[in-house]
Design a protein around this ligand. Structure first.
Ligand code: CP
Ligand code: NVA
Length: 320
């Protein structure tokens, strides 16, 4: 990274929110990915820097988490700061304190807020009322932190993002939305295969396709699994029932029965294709054990990259 580019990017990103990838440009995401690769290397060499000395991140969780919680908390510690786990069962949001009041109060104590919740509107309201950066740690609509780590992983295993074909098989959920947006910005071709009733939301498809016109990538949605995986470099899936949809589990198992990533399906992709999953996974449902635990799977590398990608994000948004 050239010094001038680095300084101007730092100025561009400092203090910003990270609510959806659509708010970020290709150069900005590239900067975050370069910083993530740098921080990963530094850590591997035992040469960590502490750019967030004395800084604090509040982490509000209204849904469960393993990766997001641990990687943000440990990431803040490694950067010289501290993460505070704020379960909605324990803080007053859970008893009805307004989001806007919470945003103003937390802005007086903290340097950043990460929130995992249901509605994207809550994250937006929090960001509108907070004077510190707000990071989306997953909503029903988007999971941008996961896709930042996914892009770092694809760069590592495929050497870049431009022209890579990613096939997403399964529910047109928060993961599908963020992958379509991330792919559109970065020049990746994304084919989503989902049953008609469970396809991504139309406004998100339209937004991704309009962004893709600038990057030259192709974003398509189909119910045809074989067409989606044809020549795919990455085959990606996620659970059929997301957090908050537990009561729909059995209905969804029937609807998605033909959308399982198994050997027969992966064999239709490019011979060098890798398998990805944001995790947690349900072996025997959206993916077979043979595939997720097999040679083509990069899911644990992908999970580890949550740490490095988010450290880059925290450094960029909350650093000097
Ligand atoms: N992928 C992901 O966000 O995992 P957690 O739900 O464990 O945070
Ligand atoms: N779609 C899943 C992603 C979990 C990381 C969910 O929202 O539960």
């Amino acid at each position: 990274m050239g010094l001038t580019k680095e300084i101007s990017m730092q100025q561009r990103l400092a203090g910003r929110d990270f609510l959806t990838l659509a708010d970020y440009s290709k150069p900005e995401i590239n900067y975050l990915l370069e910083l993530a690769a740098y921080l990963k290397k530094q850590r591997q060499q035992g040469k960590e820097e502490k750019p967030l000395q004395g800084k604090t991140l509040g982490m509000i969780f209204e849904k469960s988490s393993t990766r997001t919680r641990v990687s943000f908390e440990v990431g803040m510690y490694q950067l010289g700061g501290m993460g505070l786990f704020l379960s909605s069962d324990d803080i007053q949001i859970g008893r009805g304190e307004p989001i806007s009041d919470t945003a103003k109060i937390l802005s007086g104590y903290l340097d950043g807020i990460m929130i995992r919740t249901f509605s994207q509107q809550v994250v937006e309201e929090l960001a509108e009322n907070a004077s510190i950066p707000v990071i989306n740690g997953l909503t029903d609509s988007y999971h941008p932190c996961q896709v930042l780590a996914d892009m770092q992983t694809i760069e590592e295993v495929k050497g870049g993002l431009d022209g890579v074909k990613l096939a997403y098989i399964g529910d047109g959920n928060n993961m599908a939305h963020s992958l379509m947006l991330g792919g559109a910005i970065m020049g990746m071709n994304v084919s989503v295969a989902a049953p008609d009733k469970y396809q991504p939301e139309t406004p998100v498809i339209q937004n991704a396709q309009s962004i893709a016109k600038h990057s030259g990538s192709k974003i398509e949605v189909t119910s045809d699994v074989q067409a989606a995986v044809d020549q795919a470099d990455v085959v990606y899936t996620d659970v059929w029932a997301s957090m908050g949809q537990e009561s729909e589990q059995s209905v969804r198992e029937l609807a998605f029965a033909d959308y399982q990533v198994n050997k027969d399906l992966l064999d239709l992709a490019h011979p060098d294709a890798v398998f990805m999953h944001c995790l947690p996974a349900h072996r025997g449902e959206e993916v077979t054990a043979e595939i997720i635990d097999g040679k083509q799977s990069v899911v644990f590398q992908q999970a580890e990259n949550r740490l490095h990608a988010q450290k880059a994000l925290l450094t960029a948004l909350m650093g000097k």
